[in-house]
Unconditional design. Sequence first.
Length: 569
Amino acid sequence: MNMQRIETMTGNYNLENYEEMYKNFNWEEVKKEFSWYDSGKVNIAYETIDRHADNPDKADQTALIYTAPDREEKLTFSELKQKSNQFANVLKKHEIEKGDRVFLFMPRSPEFYMSFLGILKVGAIAGPLFEAFMEQAVRDRLEDSEAKMLITTPELLNRVPVNELPNLEKIVLVGDTNSSDHIDFYKEMEQASKSFDIEWVDLEDGMLLHYTSGSTGKPKGVYHVHNAMLQHYQTAKWVLDLQKDDVYWCTADPGWVTGTSYGIFGPWLNGVTNVIVGGRFSPENWYKTLQDYKVSVWYSAPTAFRKLMSAGEDAVKPFDISNLRHVLSVGEPLNPEVIAWGMDAFKLRIHDTWWMTETGAQLICNYPALDMKPGSMGKPFPGITASIIDNEGNELPPNQMGNLAIKAPWPSMMRAIWKRPEKYESYFLNGWYVSGDSAYKDEEGYFWFQGRLDDVINTSGERVGPFEVESKLIEHEAVAEAGVIGKPDPERGEIIKAFITLNDGYNKSDELLEDIRQFVKKGLSAHAAPREIEVADKIPKTRSGKIMRRLLKSWELGLPTGDTSTLEE
Ligand code: WT7
């Protein structure tokens, strides 16, 4: 096989001629696909679910298949409409109004999806939190967003510092509870009416807050609006290539943007059956899911593919996954070896896609009907202008590495960083949105990812800010100073490595380092805990006191240290 270029496979794809479409595309045309084009009344939850539920041909089609080791449940579009209506009524009863922030902190479950859609139906802003977050991570997000309500489970409630969050007025508990302080999800759902008058909003009204990490400061709230549906819909149609009879599975958790844009909006805006898998990853479970539900379109991540790859051929052999017709990847660089393995294991190309929490939807992609160059993220979506720019905002010629940038705006672009206008402004230069990634574009217009330009760490596709980890580390009584970097790792992309100095009276020992690791894990989350901790004599800092992570990284990799003129004495 020629791994320089893998030609398009034959099939009937929604987007047949990428180059032609790129030249003629206009977002205005996409608007005509939506009911609000005529009615002027907008709500993304309506377009996602109710529109299909109100269509006799689609009402009884399975919208959601939930599968976990201990539970399986299916809901049609019509049932999902009713359930989300019921929850919207519960929210109304408890005085949730347009613009209020309502957070969700629970494992993937049908209740999550009913609640999420209910929040949108009342015009409130949903804030999904990854279930692995620990107290500090939960607190930071609820505090910053001034969330009024939280939907969680009795098990997770002990990670929520309820008494220290003055804005958090109400808690809904999903699960057995005899607490009278909180709202009982099941009890109130039972009493709630199945019909609800949707809150019609403006296209520019808020619907979603996703917290994500940068290289400095606490996690920031990336604010998305209803208008994003234009791009969710169109990318799911052309990139995921969703068609009427597809069964689609996105492996991402809705605590991350992939799990909302493409685990909720993309598939359902296109009226497709959506598989949601709970429980833990194992190659057997995953292959069994592909087989049992006859999954045809599958969106996952390089880390997962690499794990499946290392499980070997014997892991896939017992399963019939012949319904699979289209496979996609996002979150970190997709190695050509993984694509070669996919050609072997699935007889299919794995299509890389590039985007970010801030971009709201896919921007640079590989398309089923376009030749693919393994290692490349592909080409910009129609309607999207992508380029490589220098630090002054000038476009660079092909094959020159620089800042990967997108002409602003586009439909699903974030509209704010919650309460931090200067932070939001700092993303833009000369009309370009600057991604923080470095890349180059080749003569044929394919984009090639090179790395992050800031200190943000990408571990197993999850974005971790070094500052957050450093802050937690120095809260440990033994730690004086800390500097945190991403260290290359064959399976996880990067792992988190911490350099620390110890306070007087503490000596380095395996037990102490493990204790420090556990401290971060219990405070923040498992994925943010450093896998490696090295005790150093000093943490290199600039004269103004900034940790020089770049220098730590050079040490770690045995590379030349470059310019150290700002290093303190
Ligand atoms: C960062 C964004 C929205 C997708 C999930 C991650 C990295 C994303 C790719 C790719 C190489 C990628 C970038 C980006 N990234 N996709 N196809 N190839 N790197 O969203 O947590 O906001 O992270 O993930 O560095 O800036 P996120």
